[in-house]
Design a protein around this ligand. Structure first.
Ligand code: GLY
Length: 397
């Protein structure tokens, strides 16, 4: 399944980056019968997808009220059940997709005020909410702390084991004829669709060059660095997130959150406690302070965690644009981009993939593509220029 040698000289679509966004775009394209090569490094520490918790929670994570982002969240959330069903059928891999919602709990009066504000936002966005008394919370989740003062059930949120989903996408892609690498370093993407790079760890330097009808750059936080592109770098930075994984999934039946922490039980047995939000560049070392804070908040919500075996501390770099909105769409006639999904990469993957595939295969430009286009940064005076073919793009200097 993982190859780097034998890359073809030509393909219809070259996807740079094999996180959840790149794989979902590749999958959507192969389902439309397109020939796809996914070029991934496979060695990077801090890939956001790997460190995620797998929440597909447009209700619980609705605090950013930008209306087009709300619309993209809704679209992607609506696509999820069918997306997972197809990926599971094509791969034979169970992704542990659950549709039982989120339970938000308040452990003090400050939390209660925050939950009330969340309820208003979620209701405005058209999602269902059910207010719960402390007793009702404890009936649903008996291990939640007896300090609970009230709760809010958000029944429309989903979650998935995102590491299984990545595995499933890779298997499904390989079975549908896509070529996936996990040991290549892409160095350069040219305006004519040529991708060049080298094989990592090869005993002797082994270079490759692929001519693509279309390139999709979906290299997450690394999109503006390490990769030579014919455009000025996008204003995307890594926002570090640390999560603690414990052998404790049996302690909860649902995803439980307080305003300080989220607790996500995965069917395979781990409970994921997240997450920090830190501006520390590409430093992938876990820190005592973040782990201390996460475990303190988690233990306060779920005291039985005290004895839980710790299995992993995962660190991810969320690709984050200056305006905190996703960036996807055409960059030029042969190059598209999909990055900047910040805290919603898992949730937004099928929606991003669907809209990009419609654009690249059918020429259908959904109105959201105008909002999330990479050109928005150049049009705000970041030194952009007009492409001679009439396409707005950010020219490199
Ligand atoms: N969406 C989960 C996180 O960013 O921590």
């Amino acid at each position: 399944m993982s190859v780097s040698v034998g890359l073809p000289a030509h393909t219809e679509f070259g996807i740079v980056g094999g996180g959840i966004i790149g794989l979902s775009v590749a999958y959507e394209l192969t389902r439309r019968g397109r020939r796809v090569v996914v070029l991934d490094d496979g060695s990077r520490a801090g890939v956001a997808t790997h460190a995620a918790a797998g929440m597909i929670a447009p209700a619980a994570e609705s605090e950013m009220e930008h209306s087009e982002l709300v619309e993209l969240r809704r679209l992607s959330h609506a696509l999820y059940p069918e997306f997972v069903q197809h990926v599971e059928a094509d791969s034979g891999v169970d992704c542990a997709f659950r549709t039982d919602g989120t339970l938000v709990v308040a452990l003090d009066r400050d939390h209660a005020v925050e939950i009330e504000r969340l309820r208003e936002i979620v209701t405005d966005q058209g999602f269902e909410t059910h207010a719960l008394s402390a007793r009702e919370v404890l009936e649903i989740e008996p291990n939640v702390s007896g300090r609970v003062v009230q709760g809010l059930r958000l029944p429309q949120d989903f979650h998935v084991d995102q590491r299984s989903l990545v595995r499933a996408l890779r298997v499904a892609l390989a079975r549908t004829g896509a070529l996936l690498t996990s040991d290549v370093v892409v160095e350069r993407v040219e305006r004519n669709g040529t991708i060049t790079g080298s094989r990592r760890d090869a005993p002797t330097p082994e270079r490759f060059e692929i001519h693509c009808d279309q390139v999709v750059v979906s290299a997450g936080s690394w999109t503006p660095v390490e990769l030579e592109l014919p455009f000025a770098p996008l204003p995307v930075r890594p926002v570090r997130g640390q999560v603690v994984r414990l052998h404790a999934a049996a302690a909860l039946r649902h995803v439980v959150r307080t305003p300080d922490v989220y607790l996500v039980p995965h069917a395979a047995g781990e409970l994921i406690v997240g997450a920090s939000v830190e501006e520390q560049g590409f430093d992938a070392r876990p820190t005592a302070g973040a782990v201390l804070d996460l475990l303190r908040h988690a233990w306060r919500a779920l005291p039985v965690l005290y004895d839980a075996p710790l299995t992993e501390i995962a660190v991810g770099f969320r690709p984050t644009a200056r305006d905190h909105l996703p960036i996807f769409g055409r960059w030029s006639s042969r190059i598209a981009v999909a990055t900047g999904h910040f805290r919603n990469g898992i949730l937004l993957a099928p929606g991003t993939a669907r809209l990009l595939a419609q654009l690249l295969c059918d020429g259908v430009e959904h109105q959201l593509l105008r909002v999330f286009a990479p050109q928005r940064f150049s049009e705000r005076g970041a030194g952009g220029a007009r492409d001679p073919r009439g396409e707005s793009c950010i020219e490199s200097t």
